[in-house]
Design a protein around this ligand. Structure first.
Ligand code: CP
Length: 313
């Protein structure tokens, strides 16, 4: 049983195959319109989402499958004290694949221990968000034509932002990749990620200057300061507008640089940047649907093809 809890659960070859499959789905959507007929995706979202949940659901519907699930913990039996382990045990009886978001780090990993069908981590606290990373890789690959030999500037809340943790882990699999980590001191990249960069011999630089970072970047990855993960609201208010990408800063950026953001944005990219051809964050969200189609198809194939449903408990 293959689960996707971290980008490291996928080999480089598997990622490359997913990107190629997503490209093919984009080019030939009708060829995939009935691939998942009779299959069900459960979306178990214990934490709010717009893009991830709806793109998962759109992905399954566009594959001809069906969707069930809940969009908040309050409408599930978690409010009565049911554990993640029991929840996925039960839902595995009703669905062929599960996408789960949870506010606690490690929740999806726990789910994977008990699930009878593939579990996809749709974000666990401030930890990992592997399908956002696949979305990012697809967008980068479609625009840069490669994942090797890139300089990525990651800016904002690098401490709590699970998307940047997953993206760095994924990009560490590629050659000649360099990272510029732009954040306030209090929101620096966690030590465990820096240790992985050190162990892998990767070139990286930490700075508090967005201007310095973007001047060298092939990819600028902006992130929101994660209000919901702060223990102290005053700290959030002090740090939330640390970086605002606007038209003036974009003048300092290379002509071929692309701007990504996992979204939602709050104030960290001024709306005037949206019309810049380098701003790809809305296209990135669309890529999220196609790469999730590719992932659902691949996991269902690996889980036993399309002849038999997931085993009941
Ligand atoms: N990028 C992302 O995870 O967005 P949502 O929180 O809206 O799913």
């Amino acid at each position: 049983m293959k689960h996707v809890i971290s980008p490291l659960d996928l080999t480089v070859e598997e990622i490359d195959r997913l990107l190629a499959l997503a490209d093919d789905i984009i080019d030939h959507p009708q060829a995939y319109a009935h691939k998942c007929a009779g299959k069900k995706l459960a979306t178990l979202f214990f934490e709010p989402s717009t893009r991830t949940r709806l793109s998962f659901e759109a992905a399954m519907l566009e594959l001809g499958g069906s969707v069930l699930g809940f969009s908040s913990a309050s409408s599930s039996s978690a409010t009565k004290g049911e554990s993640v382990a029991d929840t996925v045990r039960i839902v595995g009886n009703y669905a062929d694949v599960i996408a789960m978001r949870h506010p606690k780090e490690g929740a999806a990993g726990v789910g994977a221990l008990f699930a009878k069908c593939p579990i996809i981590n749709a974000g666990d606290g401030g930890h990992q968000h592997p399908t956002q990373t696949l979305t990012d890789l697809l967008t980068i690959h479609r625009h840069k034509g490669r994942l090797n030999g890139l300089t990525l500037c990651l800016c904002g809340d690098l401490k709590f932002g699970r998307t940047v943790h997953s993206l760095v882990r994924a990009m560490m699999r590629y050659q000649d990749v360099r990272f510029i980590l732009v954040s306030p001191d209090e929101l620096r990249m966690p030590t465990y990620i820096l240790d992985e960069l050190d162990a892998g011999g990767f070139a990286y630089e930490e700075t508090d200057s967005l201007e310095k970072g973007l001047a060298q970047a092939d990819v600028l990855y902006m992130t929101r300061v994660q209000q919901e993960r702060f223990a102290n609201r005053e700290d959030y208010l002090r740090l939330r507008d640390s970086y605002i990408l606007d038209g003036e800063k974009m003048k300092l950026a290379p002509a071929e640089m692309i701007v990504l953001h996992p979204l939602p944005r709050v104030n960290e990219i001024a709306p005037e940047v949206d019309d810049d051809p380098r701003a790809l964050y809305f296209e990135q969200a669309l890529c999220g649907k196609y790469i999730r189609m590719a992932l659902i198809l691949t996991l269902l194939e690996q889980a036993g093809g399309f002849e038999k449903p997931c085993a009941a408990q």
